[in-house]
Every structure is written in C-alpha cells, then in structure tokens.
Design a protein around this ligand. Structure first.
Ligand code: NDP
Ligand code: 2IT
Length: 444
C-alpha cells in the first residue's frame, strides 16, 4: 500500500467519529500523492504524515457561567493547537452549537496549510465552544467569554498561540475575551487579533477575509481571460465574510444578488445593499426577513437556495458542507464559471470534483479566505512594533498577499502536472513549507 493510503486508512480508523476531519485530511492527502511519492522513503521513516495529521495538543475544558435568570449553564471549551512548525499557533475561535472536537480538528488542520500559504510566520490552531451567542444578552455573552478566557489564558500568549474570531465570534466577543486575558495575566499584549481599533486592532482586519476573497477571485479570473466587471455573483452567509465579500464585489464592478443566514436567504434583483445588511445583521442582530422589509424588491425565502440563482460566480461564505453535489449541478446548469470559497470547506468532496470536471474555476478556502488570517498576522506585526498602519497600507499588503497566494498555487499545480487544479496547487504549496520546517526541526 502506498504511504498516503496507509496514513489515510489510519486517520479514518483513529478518527472514525469525526467526519469533517476525515474529509479535510482526505482532500489534502489525495492531492499530495505526487509530492509524497517523490520522497516516500524519507517521509515514511520520519512518520511525517502521521505527525501532520495529529494535533500537537488538544485542550478541553469546562465553561460554567450564570445566565440572566440566575441559572448556571455549562458549555465545552476547546483549543486545538495543531502545528507550530512555522510559527505560533494562529486561528479563530468559533462559538456555535455544532462545535465539537472533530469540527475544530478539521478547521485547525485546514488552518495549518492556509497559514503557510500566506507566506507569514504563523502555525495552525482553532478553538471555540458549543455556546450559542444567538438570543443571549450582552451580559450573558460577557459572562461566558470571561469564564472561557479564565481557562484558555493558561495556554495562549502573543508568542505561543494567538486566537481570533470565526463564526459567532466578532468584535464584541474579542473585546470581552481580551479584557479578561489582560486582567488575569496582567499582560497588555497582542494575544488576540480582530481587536477593536482603540485597543490594538488593525484597520482593515474586519473587512480582510471578504476583501481578500475578491482580490484572489479577481486575479484567478484575469489569469483565465475573464474579469469580475458586470458579472452576477451569488453569495451565501450574512456574517463577517459574506458582508465584506459583497462590498468588495460591488467595488470591483460585479453585482452580488444574494445572501443567506441559518433560517433563509435573500434574492435582491437590484443587488444586495451593504448598508441595509450591516444594519440588520451587525447593528440589530436580526434575521434576514428584516432585510426584505427594508428593500421592497428583495425576495426572502425560507431554508436553503442561493445556489439555484443564475450567476457567473459563486462565493460560499457561511459554513462547512453548504454546497453539495446537487447545488454544484444547479450552478453549472445555470452557467456559473467560477467558485471561490470564503468559508472553510463549504463544498463537499463530490461537489468539488464535479465543478472541476465541468471546467469551473475552483479556488479552495484555504487559499481564497486566507486574507483574514494574513491580516491578523499584520495585526500581530503592528502590535509587536507598537505602531498602527493606515487602512490603505494594510489593504494594499492584503491585496499583494492574495495575488501572491494565487500565483503560488497556480505555479505549484503547473509544476506537478495538474494545471488549473487549484485544490492540488494550494495543498502542495501549503504543505511544502510546513514539511520543510518539520523535517528541519527533527522528530518533535
Ligand atoms: P459569522 O458568524 O460572522 O457569519 C456566519 C454566517 O453564516 C451567518 O450568516 C450565519 O447565519 C451563517 N451560518 C452559520 N452556520 C450556519 C449553518 N450551520 N447553516 C447555515 N448558515 C450558517 O462568521 P464568519 O463570516 O466569520 O464565518 C463564515 C465562514 O468563513 C466560516 O466557515 C468561517 O470559518 C470562515 N472564515 C472566517 C474568517 C474570518 O475572518 N471571520 C476567516 C476565514 C474563514 P446566522 O446569521 O443565522 O447565524
Ligand atoms: O478561518 C480563519 O482563517 C479565521 N477564522 C481567521 C483566523 C485568524 O487568526 O485571523
């Protein structure tokens, strides 16, 4: 059996109850075959793939907090410190009822390759809780965040592990988490990114994932003789990534016509109005039905459905496995020619294969959404030098990073005989740097 098949089989046996983790590892290892085979003896002897697919450390803890009725609630807290070969662990915190160890292992594993692709010195990690911030008062969210950080602060630090936001963790949560870290550890340091501008945050970090997604998509289209100008774009999600993807799509001359949340979706024939979306989701923390009330031409539909809308470009920006084979078929039938993932692993393996075989340009999340973590690394740099850069400076660095990421994965795909396969290109380019650092550092 080949070394890749051996390790894949082991990963499936050892992590049988973690389907998302197995899915992420399968995608990566399958596309690394040609690289591994070229160096199989050394990699096997050093158990490189076993080490690459096993987190360095997983921390699980109890998070007790008191709700507004005086009732004690208990949630699970996690931090998966996956790989520190190229820098301190870096990756977001997710607060969502679906969070479990398997989900965070998949996200941490993806983060290792994503962070490598940015070209910046950051290792991979992810954390979070099954806590659901929806419907909670600000005081309840603060109580939860303080209890969560009381435990997490023992394991993180500006040079050790630097969390940030993800689903359910935005500016409000990062503020409460930072305050508690500072109080307990008595350290004013860049231990979190995505901070507010008044206490060490970076300009453009809020917009970075969505903007970066569009910078990369623009470059991918240009390199394939197309542009975003005048194109119809469908977007899923209505959170941080989706909102700023929609804003940048407009700025680059495209027309974004959809967004969605966990209850339903919007089709706005006039194009999604960013100010209304921000007011509904960020200011009022309301449902998308409120968007439809504010925009008379917009249609609200319950459930899932953005992928049935005719479009040129599709940008899944909500959550994992939200675009399946049936959705991929609908996109292709409607003439969609490019898909770039704003979310982490939003496309199922069979849907990805179908899109690629149908000639759709497909860029995986670990490259396409790397602008968020790249700008987090720029926030870490600003914190270290105790300076703040202008919006334009950060945004222009972000753009350069996204364009470079695209060319690195495009070149890697070409070099290994898989031209146009950006999934393989991203996995190979991300892997090579991590593998080199791991090999240089001995068996650790
Ligand atoms: P937010 O919490 O800001 O927004 C998430 C959006 O997705 C919301 O509209 C939410 O709906 C919807 N959503 C979440 N879970 C589900 C679900 N199970 N089914 C349907 N809709 C769902 O998160 P982000 O925008 O930050 O994250 C979105 C994706 O992007 C995630 O995959 C995340 O890992 C990834 N990502 C985020 C980065 C960042 O910097 N924030 C960086 C790179 C990737 P509702 O409003 O109802 O909750
Ligand atoms: O998935 C991701 O890359 C993020 N949620 C952002 C991580 C970060 O550290 O900024």
């Amino acid at each position: 059996m080949s070394y890749v098949d051996e390790v894949l089989a082991q990963v499936k046996t050892k992590n049988g109850n973690e389907p998302e983790f197995i899915q992420a590892v399968t995608e990566v290892l399958e596309s690394l075959r040609v690289v591994i085979e070229a160096n199989e003896e050394q990699y096997r002897r050093d158990a490189l793939l076993e080490r690459l697919t096993t987190p360095e450390r997983c921390i699980l803890f109890r998070v007790p907090w008191v709700d507004d009725k005086g009732q004690v609630q208990v949630n699970n807290g996690y931090r998966v410190q996956f790989n520190s070969a190229i820098g301190p662990y870096k990756g977001g915190l997710r607060f969502h009822p679906s969070v479990n160890l398997g989900i965070l292992k998949f996200l941490g594993f993806e983060q290792v390759f994503k962070n490598s692709l940015t070209g910046l010195p950051i290792g991979g990690g992810k954390g979070g809780s099954d806590f659901d911030p929806k419907g909670k008062s600000d005081r309840e969210v603060m109580a939860f965040c303080q209890s969560f950080m009381t435990e997490l602060c023992k394991y993180i630090g500006a040079d050790t592990d630097v969390p940030a936001g993800d689903i359910g963790v935005g500016g409000r949560e990062i503020g409460y988490l930072f305050g508690q870290y500072k109080r307990i550890r008595d350290l004013y340091e860049g231990v979190l990114t995505g901070k507010g501008l008044s206490y060490g945050g970076s300009l453009a970090r809020t917009q970075a994932t969505g903007y970066g997604l569009l910078y990369l998509t623009d470059e991918m289209l240009r390199c394939n003789g197309k542009t975003l100008e005048g194109k119809t774009v469908v977007v899923s999600g209505a959170g941080n990534v989706a909102t700023y993807a929609i804003e940048k799509a407009w700025q680059l001359g495209a027309k974004p016509v959809t967004c969605s949340d966990s209850n339903g979706w919007i089709y706005d024939p006039d194009g999604i109005d960013v100010a209304t979306l921000i007011d509904v989701k960020q200011v009022r923390r309301a449902r998308l039905t409120e968007y439809a009330k504010a925009r008379p031409n917009a249609q609200y539909h319950e459930g899932k459905g953005v992928w049935t809308v005719k479009c040129d470009v599709a940008l899944p920006c909500a959550t994992q496995n939200e675009l399946n084979l049936e959705d991929a078929k609908a996109l292709v039938a409607n003439g969609c020619f490019a898909v770039a993932e704003g979310a982490n692993m939003p496309t199922t393996l069979d849907a990805t294969k179908y899109l690629q075989e149908s000639g759709v340009l497909f860029c995986p999340g670990k490259a396409a959404n790397a602008g968020g973590v790249a700008t987090s690394a720029l926030e870490m740099t600003q914190n270290s030098e105790r300076l703040s850069w202008t919006f334009e400076e950060v945004d222009s660095k972000l753009k350069t990073i996204m364009v470079n990421i695209f060319h690195n994965l495009d070149d890697a795909a070409k070099k290994y005989g898989m031209e146009g396969n950006y999934v393989a290109g991203a996995n190979i380019a991300g892997f090579l740097k991590v593998a080199d650092a791991m090999s240089a550092q001995g068996i650790v």
